[in-house]
Ligand binder design. Structure first.
Ligand code: PLP
Length: 346
């Protein structure tokens, strides 16, 4: 089936919103989710009293559809996004969207926008943003009784234009989440909380923050929107864990851990990592759907002391480079997917 692609210079797209042909919508009312709707209308009309505006019931997901080497249109582990979104919803008293319907909805909306899926080799992808909001009226503090689950898709450019370049981070004076709060769910409210320290970090020339645990400010947690990976001198991959449930369970991170252990035969430690251990690591990276792994060259602590990782500011270290190459190879259909992670849409 030949699809007439949109006339877009895929390589020059950035990470910005372009409306496509259809969005997916499903409404929740009277205790039940309704029918699937594909709509060309990319706007919403809501009551001024809708719960989203007052008590911030909103959760979201992020994944991508792209074209493999063989020309298939695929998504990466949409079932994992479905289950994480259901966890996020439950935590803030929203009705979880059924996980099987989530995966079907992703497929439907991608199929309805095939002309917007960038071709193989362009580096661009169709970013998929499922989200759910409280649409029902709420004035006294309580969960709403009506919700909308929606998926927008938008083509985005390659994360790295002109090569992967390590970035600098700072340890901020602020936290992105509270101990045993909502840091482990994907909710917009966490981003509201981390915007201010993020704006400060950018103004000071840093790419992002390295947040420490909100209880003791002793352990490494995550950045504004990505988990950390660290590599010891002997090649062991060290993955920070939170004693206060304030790290978001990144699907990329969980996938990389399995690639490291089951494909690359690496040793992996998943444990709390004290910030004062940081100088012992030779590589550091941030991981998430968008970039898979972005290398971190250095971190500046709250006293202004620079901690430069062994791999430095010029190059990605060899261990994280290998991990990134392997996972992106699986995603692109160039390396065998023995995990069954790549799901064909069309
Ligand atoms: C989405 C997100 C990540 C990355 O998760 P992936 O599933 O790998 O894309 C990491 N941290 C935060 C705070 C996030 O919101």
């Amino acid at each position: 089936m030949a699809i007439e692609k949109k006339d877009i210079d895929w390589g020059s797209l950035t990470f910005a919103y372009t409306p496509t042909d259809f969005s997916y919508v499903c409404n929740y009312k009277d205790g039940a989710w309704g029918e699937d709707i594909l709509t060309p209308d990319h706007t919403l009309q809501l009551s001024e009293c809708a719960g989203i505006f007052h008590y911030c019931q909103e959760v979201f997901e992020g994944l991508k559809a792209y074209t493999t080497k063989d020309g298939d249109i695929v998504c990466f582990r949409p079932d994992a996004n479905a289950s994480r979104m259901a966890d996020s919803a439950r935590r803030i008293c929203m009705p979880p969207f059924p996980e099987d319907r989530f995966v079907e909805a992703v497929k439907q909306v991608v199929k309805a926008n095939l002309a917007w899926v960038p071709p193989f080799g362009s580096g661009a992808t169709l970013y998929i943003r499922p989200f759910m909001i409280a649409t029902g009226n709420v004035i006294g503090v309580k969960p709403a009784t009506e919700y909308q689950f929606r998926i927008l898709v938008t083509p985005v450019g390659p994360y790295y234009k002109g090569g992967v370049q390590p970035v600098a981070l700072k340890v901020p004076e602020y936290d992105r989440a509270a101990p045993h709060g909502t840091g482990n769910i994907k909710a917009g409210l966490n981003y509201a909380m981390s915007l201010y320290p993020s704006v400060i970090a950018h103004a000071e020339g840093f790419a992002d923050n390295m947040f420490l645990d909100p209880q003791t400010h002793t352990y490494v947690e995550e950045s504004g929107g990505a988990n950390f990976l660290l590599v010891k001198e002997d090649g062991t991959l060290v993955v920070p864990q939170s004693a206060t449930d304030s790290i978001l369970p990144s699907i990329t991170r969980r996938s990389l851990v399995r690639v490291a252990e089951e494909m690359l035969g690496m040793k992996v430690e998943q444990r709390q990592v004290r910030f004062d251990e940081i100088d012992q690591f030779v590589e550091c990276g941030m991981c998430g759907t968008a970039a898979v792994i972005s290398p971190v060259g250095k971190v500046v602590d709250t006293e202004g002391v620079e901690h430069v990782f062994g791999a430095g500011m010029e190059h990605v270290g060899p261990v994280l480079a290998k991990l990134r190459e392997t996972l992106t190879g699986i995603q692109a259909g160039e390396i065998e997917d023995k995990f069954g992670w790549v799901v064909k849409v069309a």
